[in-house]
Ligand binder design. Structure first.
Ligand SMILES: Cc1cc2nc3c(=O)[nH]c(=O)nc-3n(C[C@H](O)[C@H](O)[C@H](O)COP(=O)(O)OP(=O)(O)OC[C@H]3O[C@@H](n4cnc5c(N)ncnc54)[C@H](O)[C@@H]3O)c2cc1C
Ligand code: FES
Length: 286
């Protein structure tokens, strides 16, 4: 029988805490405040993330922030992070150039359990920055198209300028793999836009779905969950068919500091991805 030695154990726990320095190989602007970073691990290794997991990104001297992996593990040799310039760490990240290095710990957290989604119709519903983790699942469905039933991509942003991954949304809209619907809450005066206007909840009633064989995945700002889930229930989708990904303030990312608790759960370990029926009764979860 293989016995785990102390050295192996130490090495394992060290890799939870010690960042691996990885090279930025491509940076693209998504919006004026969001950038997409393509990153390579040393020696061409894969990150081996599952869709929906996050990494802790660090810059020496500044600290760390949890960021969802935005690319699918089916895209090998690199991973991508869509990052909003929100504060000290992410602002410093936005100043980096191709060739610079960042520290990466992870991948951490629960994930979209694609094995359980096989053969199901999928409603992939995201709002705002929620498209960052959702993109990893959308790309996965794109690359493993035969494994899932009818797949809807539903996305809402505040205004046209805030729409993330515009080029890919256009590709998904033109593709026969997905039925894609995009909306914005409003159009600022003087903006040229001819798409759908209205809250994301307005996109759900017209969808032609078969509720008994559907899974809904919902990721977005806190305010979105309650209303989107209300609409899903009206379509006949039950709580146990809904998966959500939640954001909490995080520090360690590995269940040690207690910053991310939702009652008895650690969002970094037990989440960020949850079946809705498992958390719907927890105070402050949604
Ligand atoms: C699991 C997880 C996945 C995430 N994925 C992404 C991602 O893919 N892309 C992305 O841009 N951001 C993501 N975030 C949010 C990101 O981690 C925070 O914005 C982070 O604090 C930025 O660090 P900072 O030092 O730049 O800003 P800070 O100085 O830490 O904070 C900037 C502002 O954001 C607020 N804030 C910090 N953390 C959170 C939080 N968890 N929820 C709500 N508000 C917060 C602060 O109160 C402050 O107003 C994710 C967070 C979690 C927990
Ligand atoms: S972030 Fe430290 S316990 Fe979850």
């Amino acid at each position: 029988m293989a016995v785990e030695t102390k050295t192996e154990k130490d090495k394992d726990s060290a890799s939870l805490y010690r960042p691996v320095f990885c090279r930025i190989v491509r940076i693209s602007d998504l919006t004026p405040t969001e950038k997409l970073f393509r990153i390579e691990m040393p020696e061409g290794r894969d990150l081996n993330q599952k869709p929906g997991q996050f990494v802790q990104v660090s810059i020496l001297g500044l600290g760390e922030a949890p960021i969802s992996v935005s690319s699918s593990p089916t895209r090998r040799g690199y991973f991508e992070l869509g990052v909003r310039n929100a504060g000290a760490l992410t602002n410093a990240l936005h100043q980096l150039k191709v060739g610079d290095e960042v520290g990466i710990r992870g991948p951490f957290g629960t994930f979209f359990d694609v094995e359980k989604f096989k053969g199901k119709d999928m409603l992939l519903i995201s709002g705002g920055c929620g498209l960052a983790p959702m993109r990893s699942l959308i790309q996965y469905c794109e690359d493993r198209r035969g494994e899932f039933g009818k797949t809807f991509v539903i996305y809402g942003a505040k205004a046209p300028a805030d729409v993330l991954y515009k080029d890919e949304l256009e590709i998904w809209q033109g593709s026969d793999i997905f039925e894609t619907h995009v909306t914005v809450d409003n159009i600022p005066q003087g903006t040229c836009y001819d798409g759908h206007v209205g809250l994301i909840t307005t996109l759900i009633p017209p969808l032609e779905i078969e509720p008994e064989k559907s899974i809904a995945v919902v990721v977005g700002p806190p305010v979105m969950y309650r209303f989107v889930i209300m609409e899903l229930k009206k379509k006949g989708i039950r709580e146990e068919q809904i998966v959500v990904s939640l954001e909490r303030y995080m520090k360690c990312g590995v269940g040690k500091c207690g910053h991310c608790t939702i009652e008895h759960l650690y969002c970094c370990l037990d989440g960020p991805v949850f079946w809705f029926n498992e958390i719907s009764n927890l105070r402050g979860a949604i």
